[in-house]
Design a protein around this ligand. Structure first.
Ligand SMILES: [Zn+2]
Length: 326
């Protein structure tokens, strides 16, 4: 092992060695901000209207989407646009190099599809590519996927529970003319089902309007649906496939201990188990009951609110936070 790699590995483990479990005064939010469910818009194949029509719509409603690109299909002119889109917080991720059925590839061919798409996306967009979308939803060679990615998407048309059974076989709901999800109401029905199951609803989108893409949806219906989701942040946490995958992994690994001195609490977070993440940077929302005699509190943690006898705030595993009771 070379020295640089050794230091990197050590750094990852060093934030993850606190074995403490979660103290009973704390609750870890299933989804960011204690939203009732999670939603992802996952767009395949970079059909012609995804960049000029869909992305401006997502931006209008403050929604970050995942664009899953086949690297040999991306037109040279589109790479700078994808770089801008990635810089604005959308995800640009791997739908492989050649869009072959992964189940029909040898292990070596599959590995090349993973490593090359990841390298090319990083080269042209500057963004780390950490998730995979299997062409034709054909999952295969999961042990190889795990070397390059933190999760992968299929399309088995169900809501994923807060802790999915297999992070390399995440379900999505195909939409458009080849499905029964076309109107805003039909989209809304799925996200409402996500709320009732307290789970994660991922939409699989191809064509937009008449762009020639597979199973198109109408941008006017997408817009009506986005307006519904955007006005209900307490119900729907909308984020990219990578963000939600990271949240799940960090949330399930999170450990919390604390040191209490008078009216000051030091919150020390870590991981109770090893994760496959190279960076722990996705904010996980937690709450702590206000101690007795404490009517309010302040913290240096982000997105803090005091409500219902609790202080709610964001943490990332491996960091320390201060709470001052008043
Ligand atoms: Zn595809």
């Amino acid at each position: 092992m070379n020295k640089k790699l050794f230091i990197t590995v050590l750094a990852v483990f060093s934030v993850c060695t606190i074995k403490a479990q979660i103290l009973k005064e704390y609750t870890v939010a299933p989804w960011h901000g204690f939203s009732e469910s999670a939603v992802t818009y996952s767009l395949d194949d970079l059909t012609p209207n995804q960049l000029p029509v869909a992305i401006p719509l997502f931006d209008k409603y403050g929604v970050k989407a995942s664009l899953n690109v086949v690297t040999t299909w991306v037109k040279p002119d589109d790479w700078p646009k994808l770089k801008t889109v990635a810089g604005n917080g959308h995800e640009v991720t791997s739908h492989t190099v050649n869009h072959k059925n992964m189940a029909q590839l040898s292990a070596l061919e599959f590995e090349q599809e993973c490593s090359e798409s990841k390298r090319i996306i990083r080269q042209y967009t500057g963004a780390e590519c950490i998730t995979l979308v299997y062409p034709y939803c054909a999952s295969a060679h999961k042990e190889i996927s795990k070397k390059y990615y933190i999760s992968a998407r299929c399309c088995s048309r169900h809501i994923e529970p807060p802790t999915p059974a297999d992070m390399f076989d995440i379900s999505s709901v195909g939409v458009g003319t080849e499905s029964d999800v076309n109107t805003a109401e039909e989209f809304n029905k799925w996200v409402d089902e996500g709320v009732s199951q307290k789970g994660w609803c991922t939409f699989l989108i191809h064509g937009i309007d008449d762009d020639g893409g597979y199973s198109p949806i109408k941008s006017s219906e997408l817009e009506k649906h986005l307006a519904y989701v955007a006005k209900n942040p307490q119900k729907f946490w909308v984020a990219t496939f990578a963000q939600i995958s990271k949240y799940i992994i960090e949330r399930d690994a999170l450990s919390i201990r604390e040191i209490k001195k008078g009216n000051k609490i030091t919150v020390i977070t870590g991981c109770k188990e090893k994760t496959n993440l190279t960076t722990l940077d996705e904010p996980v929302t937690i709450s702590r009951e206000l101690p007795q005699g404490c009517s309010s509190a302040k913290t240096n943690a982000k997105n803090a609110v005091v409500s219902g006898g609790k202080i709610i705030f964001d943490v990332v595993p491996g960091k320390t936070y201060k709470i001052n009771c008043k």
